[in-house]
Design a binder for this molecule. Structure first.
Ligand code: PGA
Ligand code: ZN
Length: 436
């Protein structure tokens, strides 16, 4: 069954930081409504699709009336009457009509909302869940992903109180998604209790992780290990650590500047610090360890540690197929962080995933620091069968909505379809970085 696009409605809604964002409804000839919403990043890569914002004084320049006007006057007239079956062709058409690699004319925020609405409308018309649509398009075996959950938030998400952005845990040896969440919930709350006891708890950061007042960046790692131990788990056994360094945020004049410690490092010295952390703490995955403008550093780091650690490119790759290809050729990174709005459309994001998969790279589907209640990315992670999902911490409902959606889908899937479950432990990243 198919249908045609009959109407497109768009509106301003508000994201998890209280900033305006775009929501799009695509109404089909069958009366189906597909919905999509744009998330928003703060620690953005410079090569990302740009956001169409009004600028000026009101709402800190973040209003989206221009973006909505573009949808109504430029996108809607071009899409009315098109068959929904052609999701890929429609995305390609929009990219071509925009005509720029960073989506300067239409805006990445407009395109992502339209593209997600389109896929939602298609899935609903076909009478299938969104994850099944994504699995079909990419010829993937759906898997319930391993959650990568932030415990402490820092960097641009917490006024740079600590320089490193995300201190996360993963429970790869949990037997189910539901068990992984249970273990993480205990760790999250034990970390909160430690901060409270020490009198350094100041609330939660943008993605729901505790907003810490540590004296050094490493204190966050030490505290995370303590929090894991407090729950009765042995760090590095069932529970492992994952970091998003987001190094581009503190790389200036060829130096990595840790403001918290008032220290500056050149690339080689910075790699030495990271090496010590990798050695001293049970870290299995590290995202953007070097800055997007330090390719030599990223290549050197991947060469030294890529066989033993998951090295994820976020700002470094901006979900771009071309940058994935370039990085693979140059030997930078071994995994892709996939954010649809970073590149613009679902079709482009799927293409980046397929290139990463063809290299044997891992992919982590990821949320942004500014989110909505949308759960499409939970479906994306499941449908692609990529095995990993990162949507922030274990509080704030824009985060929990995604974890909870995975729980519902896990119920449908039954046993043995969780990325950490016994039959799936043969996935590349599990064997290589976690061991058995
Ligand atoms: P952002 O950061 O959404 O603020 O860009 C998220 C991340 O770095 O993973
Ligand atoms: Zn990141």
């Amino acid at each position: 069954m198919s249908g045609k696009i009959q109407n497109i409605n768009s509106r301003r809604i508000w994201d998890s930081r209280g900033h305006p964002t775009v929501e799009v409804d695509i109404v089909t000839s069958e009366g189906v409504i597909g919905r999509g919403r744009a998330p928003a990043g703060t620690s953005r890569g410079t090569r990302e699709a740009i956001e169409m914002r009004d600028g000026g004084k009101p709402l800190k320049g973040k209003d989206v009336s221009q973006a909505i006007r573009i949808i109504q006057t430029k996108i809607k007239p071009r899409l009315i009457g098109k068959w929904l079956d052609a999701t890929e062709a429609i995305d390609h058409f929009l990219v071509k009509e925009d005509g720029t690699s960073q989506k300067v004319n239409f805006g990445g925020n407009t395109l992502v909302a339209v593209s997600l609405a389109l896929h939602d409308a298609k899935a609903k018309t076909d009478g299938i869940p969104l994850w099944e649509l994504f699995a079909g398009i990419t010829n993937s075996t759906p898997i319930i992903p391993l959650p990568e959950i932030q415990i402490f938030g820092g960097g641009a998400h917490a006024s740079n109180r600590v320089d490193i952005q995300d201190f996360m845990v993963m429970v790869p040896k949990a037997t189910s998604f539901s068990e992984a969440l249970e273990v993480t919930s205990e760790i999250y709350h034990s970390a909160g209790s430690i901060l409270k006891q020490r009198g350094i708890l100041t609330g939660v950061a943008d993605e729901g992780g505790w907003w810490p007042c540590f004296s050094t960046n490493e204190e966050a790692l030490e505290t995370l290990v303590k929090a894991i131990e407090l729950t009765g788990e042995k760090p590095g056994d069932r529970v492992v650590i994952s970091l998003d360094i987001a190094a581009s945020e503190f790389y200036q004049n060829n130096q990595y500047s840790l403001d918290l410690e008032d220290k500056k490092y050149d690339t080689e010295q910075w790699i030495e610090i990271l090496k010590r952390w990798l050695t001293d703490y049970p870290i299995v995955s590290i995202e953007d360890p070097l800055a997007e403008n330090d390719p030599e550093g990223m290549i050197a780091f991947t060469k030294r540690y890529g066989d033993h650690y998951q090295i994820v490119g976020d700002d470094y790759l901006v979900s771009s197929k071309e940058l994935v290809k370039k990085s693979y050729r140059e030997g930078a990174c071994n995994s892709l962080l996939l954010k649809v709005n970073q590149i613009g459309t679902v079709t482009e994001a799927l293409a980046s995933f397929e290139v990463a998969r063809s290299y044997g790279w891992g992919t982590i589907v990821s949320a942004r620091s500014g989110e909505t209640e949308d759960t499409a990315i939970a479906h994306l992670a499941i449908g692609l069968g990529c095995g990993q999902l990162k949507v922030g911490s274990f509080s704030r409902s824009e985060r929990m909505a995604k974890w909870n959606e995975c729980l519902r889908i896990e119920e449908v899937f039954g046993e043995n379809n969780f990325a950490g479950s016994e039959p799936l432990r043969k996935t590349w990243w599990f064997n290589q970085y976690v061991g058995n």
